[in-house]
Design a binder for this molecule. Structure first.
Ligand code: ATP
Length: 238
C-alpha cells in the first residue's frame, strides 16, 4: 500500500540528477542501500515514485547490511519496504565486532568501506548493475571541503561511479539536494529512523566541517546551489 506524499522539490531534484547523468536505463536492476536513516528511506520512496512515472522500466530492491551481525530487528524496515512493494534483504555481518577486535582507529570509514564492498559483491552475484546510495549535496560539499583542506585533493563523491571489480555502478540520485531539504521532507512525512544504532558516534572531523558549512550558509544561503553549479561545470561535467 502506497502511503507517502513526497515533496515536489525532491521529485524534481531526483528526476534532474537521474536524467543529467543517465543514472537509470531501460531494464536496469537497482539495489538500494537502505540504512533505515532518513536519506536512504527518502531515496527509496523517490525511486519508487520515479518508477511509477518514468517511461523507462527498471526494477528496485532494497538491502540493509546489518553491521550488528544480526542483533538488529529489521521488522520496521521490512514493513516499510512492503508498503512500497519493494523486495527487501536483511544481510547481517558483524562489522561492529570486527571494528572492536581490530581496535579500528577510523570506524566510520572502515564501516562504510565494508558496507560498500558487501553491497557491491551481493549486487554482482545477484545481477544488479546499479547500486543506489542516499548521499546528498551536503555530503558532496563537505567531502569536497575535507579533501581540499586535509588531503590537498580537488575531489568529491560523484553522481555516478563505475566499479570495475564488481562491474557495477554506484548511483547517487539525491546528489542535487541539500540535506536541509531532506530533513524537512522527512519531518513533514513523519518518517521514523528505523536503522541499527551505531555505538561509535559520528565522524568528528566530518561533523565539524558540517558545522562550519552551516555557518557559511548563514552568510551565503544559496551557497550549496552555487557549489552544485560549480561541481556540474567541473568535477561532475559529463
Ligand atoms: N547499513 C547499511 N546498509 C545498506 N546501505 C547503507 C547502510 N548504511 C548506509 N548505507 C547507504 O550508504 C549511504 C550513505 O551512508 P551514510 O552512513 O553516509 O548515511 P547517512 O548520510 O546517515 O544516510 P541515511 O540517512 O540513509 O542513514 C546511505 O544513504 C545508504 O544508501
Amino acid at each position: 500500500m502506497w502511503m507517502f506524499d513526497l515533496p515536489e522539490k525532491i521529485k524534481r531534484g531526483v528526476g534532474e540528477a537521474v536524467c543529467a547523468y543517465s543514472m537509470i536505463e531501460e531494464g536496469d536492476n537497482v539495489l538500494v542501500g537502505l540504512s533505515g536513516g532518513k536519506d536512504s528511506s527518502l531515496l527509496l520512496i523517490a525511486l519508487k515514485h520515479l518508477q511509477r512515472v518514468s517511461p523507462i522500466r527498471f526494477n528496485i530492491e532494497a538491502m540493509i547490511v546489518d553491521p550488528t551481525g544480526g542483533q538488529f530487528d529489521p521488522a520496521g524496515l521490512k514493513e516499510f519496504c512492503e508498503s512500497l512493494d519493494v523486495p527487501f534483504t536483511h544481510y547481517a555481518y558483524p562489522i561492529f565486532e570486527i571494528i572492536k577486535i581490530r581496535r579500528e582507529k577510523s570506524p566510520c570509514s572502515f564501516c562504510a568501506n565494508m558496507r560498500r564492498g558487501i553491497l557491491s559483491g551481493i549486487a554482482k552475484d545477484r545481477g544488479f548493475r546499479k547500486i543506489a546510495l542516499g548521499h546528498h549535496l551536503t555530503d558532496a560539499t563537505v567531502t569536497l571541503m575535507l579533501n581540499i583542506f586535509f588531503s590537498g585533493r580537488l575531489h568529491t563523491l560523484q553522481p555516478k561511479t563505475w566499479q570495475s571489480r564488481t562491474q557495477t555502478w554506484v548511483i547517487r540520485p539525491l546528489i542535487f539536494l541539500p540535506e536541509e531539504t531532506l530533513i524537512s521532507a522527512a519531518s513533514e512525512m513523519d518518517l521514523p529512523e528505523r536503522g541499527p544504532k551505531c555505538p561509535y558516534g559520528d565522524d568528528t572531523k566530518r561533523k565539524r566541517i558540517n558545522e562550519i558549512l552551516k555557518n557559511i550558509l548563514e552568510e551565503a544561503p544559496q551557497g550549496e546551489y552555487s557549489t552544485l553549479r560549480a561541481l556540474r561545470k567541473t568535477l561532475w561535467a559529463t
